[in-house]
Design a protein around this ligand. Structure first.
Ligand SMILES: [Zn+2]
Length: 438
């Protein structure tokens, strides 16, 4: 058989399990064969693992309007270096992504760049002001995959209820930043022993739990009314972003057991860092929601393992160096992490804690795809050739100055990680090859 790319001696692992070694022949955007063949490009994958490309349901690429922090070119280049073939971009830009025209422009530009595929999220409300709903149908037709006011919290419960009803009608997911604004107040870090010691304003974990509880009741109300029409079985309608607390997880578990169409994600920082890191008073650790306690980390790890947490979302949130060097009170929330997310979690969860590899891969691939209604990518003949080849044996420190992202700092700088992606393919085309950047 003849193809375009042959990946020789690759160990195959996808969300379904480990499938041994194979010579993967790729052509016409698909996996033609798992038993070799002829191709013009041959890659030797000895010692490497081939997996479906990662899908990030939550990244801030800052375009339009905040290109000083990041843009589609740098953000999508960073994504493919992290093994991502698909990225959902958040709409809290300048202007806000709340019209079909902006969604279309973003998709067209990303397609021209030819790196990771871009799936824009659009604002749930016009200008993300929480008052007037945006046009779900037009946004959907333009290619938006979810509605969210991320960056802002949805204060008006009635608007959220109506937004969920419209979203259900048009096959869209509503994703929420679940923090009660009143309880959160001006908190810059987790409220607890460390914040009291440092004298910094705290943001209690109950701000997250309280808002999740409210939003689950709103979802229940929508599901028992006429808004449930058009919801496909197995699809989520309400998605809780960047879960950070044990209590929030407990509420979600109960809701899922009761059959509510809810899903959630966790970010790499909430699985690997705690509020103890803030002892340094370094705003590099300032994120929203804040880094919590080790007990929360342990709970999130369990939730990721048992499927109560559906997927990993990076919440890649780059800022300029100058902004991030302000003091703890004034520095913005957010860190860049899309380039290190996979090696970080592979090293810390699989390597150090024995987390099952196929489960972690599922949370990076099928998990996010499923909740957005995309079909899974599996390593089977005829399967889509959107893939990542990564190196479980190659150890190398996190070096932020080498990032493709414009934000060249990282809370994991100097951490020695394994699992670095070396080749990323989207529909059979190589969109990242390690040598080109190193
Ligand atoms: Zn975000």
């Amino acid at each position: 058989m003849k193809g375009e790319i042959l990946i020789k001696n690759a160990k195959l692992v996808d969300g379904r399990g480990e499938h041994g070694q194979a010579d993967v022949l790729i052509g016409e955007g698909r996996i033609l064969s798992l038993s070799g063949g002829e191709a013009s490009t041959v890659l030797d994958a000895t010692g490497k693992v081939l997996s479906p490309g990662f899908f990030d349901p939550h990244a801030h690429l800052r375009e339009p309007g905040q290109e000083v922090k990041e843009d589609l070119q740098s953000g999508l280049a960073a994504a493919v270096r992290g093994g991502y073939t698909d990225v959902v971009s958040m709409p809290n830009t300048t202007p806000v992504v709340d019209s079909a025209e902006i969604v279309r422009a973003l998709k067209e530009k990303a397609a021209r760049l030819g790196r990771a595929r871009l799936h824009p999220a659009a604002a749930l409300t016009q200008g993300q002001e929480g008052k007037v709903l945006s046009e779900a149908r037009l946004l959907r037709e333009a290619g938006a995959v979810m509605l969210t006011d991320d960056g802002r919290t949805n204060e008006d419960a009635g608007v959220l209820a109506q937004g969920l009803q419209y979203a259900a009608s048009w096959g869209l997911l509503v994703s929420v930043h679940a923090e009660d604004a009143g309880l959160r107040r001006g908190g810059v870090m987790n409220e607890g022993a460390v914040s009291f010691r440092l004298g910094l304003p705290g943001n209690t974990g109950y701000a997250e739990a309280a808002r999740i509880a409210r939003d689950l009741e709103i979802l229940r109300y929508v599901m028992e009314g006429p808004g449930a029409r058009g919801l496909q079985p197995g699809r989520s309608l309400l998605h809780i972003q960047h879960l950070s607390t044990r209590r929030g997880l407990e509420l979600l578990r109960q809701a899922k057991q009761a059959g509510l169409p809810v899903s959630t994600e966790v970010g790499p920082h909430h699985l690997t860092l705690t509020d103890e890191h803030l002892e340094s008073l370094n705003p590099i650790y300032k994120v929203a929601p804040p880094l919590r306690t080790q007990a929360d980390v342990e709970a999130l790890m369990e939730g990721l393992l048992d499927g109560s947490i559906d997927c990993i979302g990076t919440d890649h949130a780059p800022h300029t160096q100058d902004e991030k060097e302000l003091d703890m009170l004034r520095a913005p929330f957010g860190i860049p992490n899309i380039e290190v997310c996979w090696p970080l979690l592979y090293t810390e969860l699989v390597g150090k804690r024995g987390f099952p590899l196929p489960t972690l891969i599922e949370r990076f691939t099928d998990g996010p795809r499923r909740l957005l209604g995309f079909s899974p990518v599996h390593l089977i003949e005829g399967g889509e050739a959107s893939l990542v080849l990564w190196s479980p044996g190659e150890e190398r420190p996190v070096e932020p100055h080498t990032f493709a992202s414009k934000a060249k700092y990282s809370p994991w700088a100097g951490w020695v990680l394994r699992g670095w992606p070396s080749v990323t393919l989207v529909e059979g085309c190589i969109v990242y090859l390690q040598q080109e950047n190193r």
